[in-house]
Design a protein around this ligand. Structure first.
Ligand SMILES: NC(=O)c1ccc[n+]([C@@H]2O[C@H](COP(=O)([O-])OP(=O)(O)OC[C@H]3O[C@@H](n4cnc5c(N)ncnc54)[C@H](OP(=O)(O)O)[C@@H]3O)[C@@H](O)[C@H]2O)c1
Length: 329
C-alpha cells in the first residue's frame, strides 16, 4: 500500500518538473477528476491545462478555474465546451487542443456514470455510460497519440479512472449489448472496464513511450457516488474526494507508473509498479498493482482483444461518418 503521506510527499516534487506541461482533463467538472485537476494545478509549474465541460456544467467549472487561477496564476486554463458522451465531440476537443499545442504530457480521463435509469442511447446510437467510460475515452487516446508521442517527458502519461484489475468475462456475441436482455448497468460497466484494458494494452504495445494507468480508485465520496447511493448502491467506507485527488496526481506523475523514468522519482522504499501482461499499469485503490491475468490472459490468447479493437474502430468510423466524415487531426 502506498500511504497518503507518501503520495503527498511525491506530489510536492511535481513543483520541480519542467515548466509548461500540457494536460487535458476530461471529466474534471466533478468528483475524482475535479480533485485530480485541483492537485495538478496546485503543484505543476506553469502548466497549460485543458478541461472539458458539457453546457450545464460550464458555469460551475468556470468558478473552479477562477479559484485555480488564484492558486497558480502561472498556469493557463482553457475550457472546452463539449459533451463527451458523443465520440464526435471528443474529436472536437482533440482538434481544439491540437490547434494550440504540439504535445500533450498528461491525459486524465474520468468522465462517466452508471446508467441506473436504463439504456437511453445518444444520437450516435451508443449507450452513454459505455461511451463516456469506454468509447469516448478510447477515442481521445487514439486521436491524441501524435501529441502524446510528441511530449517532452520521456514517458507521457494516460490515466483512466474506472476499474483496472476488475476486468471480467464479456458477452462476446453482443459487444455493444444491443439486445435488451443483454444490457444491464452492471454489464455495461464490465464491458467498459474490460474493453478499456484490452484496447489500452494495444495502444501501449504500439506506442512504447506512453505510460498508461487504468486505476480502480476504490469507493470515493463523490457526487457520482451520492447518485449511486440514491439507487441503493452504498459501498462502505468511502475515501474522500480530496484524498483520491492526491492519489490521482501521484499516479499521473510518479516514475513508479512510468515505462521510462523522467518525472518524479519513485519514493524510497517503493519499487516500480508491475505492468499487466499487455503492458499497462492496472492499479487499485491504494496505488498498488493489480494482477488480473486469470481473466485477461485467456481473452488475449483467444484474440478477444483484437475483436474488441476492430469492433471499436467500426463504431468510430460510424460516428465520424455521421458527423460528416471530418477527421480533424
Ligand atoms: N466514485 C467512486 O467510488 C468510483 C469508483 C470506481 C470507479 N469510478 C469511476 O470513476 C469515474 C469518475 O467517477 P466520479 O465518482 O468522480 O464521478 P462524478 O463525480 O459523477 O464525475 C463524473 C464526471 O463525468 C461526467 N459525466 C457524467 N455523466 C456524463 C454524461 N452522460 N455525459 C458526459 N459527461 C458525463 C461528469 O460531468 P458533469 O459534471 O457534467 O455531470 C463529471 O465530469 C467514473 O467513470 C466512475 O464510474 C468511481
Amino acid at each position: 500500500m502506498v500511504s497518503l503521506q507518501t503520495a503527498q510527499q511525491s506530489n510536492a516534487l511535481v513543483a520541480n518538473l519542467p515548466r509548461g506541461l500540457v494536460a487535458l482533463f476530461i471529466g474534471a467538472t466533478s468528483g475524482i477528476g475535479q480533485s485530480a485537476l485541483q492537485q495538478f494545478a496546485q503543484h505543476a509549474p506553469a502548466p497549460r491545462i485543458y478541461t472539458v465541460a458539457r453546457p450545464p456544467a460550464v458555469a460551475g467549472h468556470e468558478s473552479l478555474l477562477a479559484e485555480l487561477r488564484q492558486v497558480n496564476p502561472g498556469a493557463s486554463y482553457n475550457l472546452i465546451t463539449a459533451d463527451v458522451s458523443l465520440v464526435s465531440e471528443v474529436d472536437r476537443v482533440v482538434a481544439a487542443v491540437a490547434k494550440s499545442e504540439t504535445k500533450v504530457d498528461l491525459l486524465f480521463l474520468s468522465a462517466g456514470f452508471m446508467a441506473f435509469e436504463g439504456r437511453k442511447d445518444t444520437r450516435e446510437g451508443l449507450e452513454p455510460s459505455m461511451s463516456t467510460r469506454y468509447y469516448s475515452r478510447q477515442r481521445a487516446v487514439e486521436k491524441l497519440l501524435p501529441l502524446l508521442n510528441s511530449a517532452d517527458a520521456p514517458s507521457p502519461r494516460v490515466v483512466t479512472v474506472l476499474a483496472g484489475g476488475l476486468e471480467a468475462p464479456v458477452n462476446e456475441r453482443d459487444l455493444d449489448l444491443r439486445e435488451p436482455r443483454n444490457w444491464s448497468f452492471w454489464n455495461a460497466s464490465v464491458h467498459a472496464a474490460t474493453f478499456s484494458t484490452l484496447s489500452l494494452e494495444r495502444i501501449a504495445r504500439e506506442n512504447p513511450r506512453i505510460s498508461i494507468v487504468h486505476w480502480f480508485p476504490g469507493t470515493v465520496a463523490t457526487p457520482g457516488l451520492a447518485r449511486a447511493n440514491r439507487f441503493g448502491m452504498s459501498p462502505p467506507n468511502p475515501t474522500s474526494q480530496a484524498d483520491a485527488g492526491v492519489r490521482a496526481l501521484f499516479l499521473a506523475t510518479s516514475d513508479r507508473y512510468a515505462v521510462q523514468p523522467g518525472l518524479v522519482p519513485v519514493p524510497a522504499g517503493l519499487g516500480a509498479a508491475k505492468r499487466s501482461g499487455g503492458g499497462i499499469f492496472l492499479v487499485g485503490a491504494t496505488c498498488e498493482s493489480s494482477d488480473n491475468e486469470r481473466v485477461l490472459a485467456p481473452l488475449r490468447n483467444r484474440g478477444v482483444d483484437k475483436v474488441v479493437w476492430d469492433f471499436t474502430q467500426k463504431i468510430f468510423d460510424a460516428c465520424a461518418a455521421q458527423a460528416g466524415g471530418k477527421d480533424e487531426l
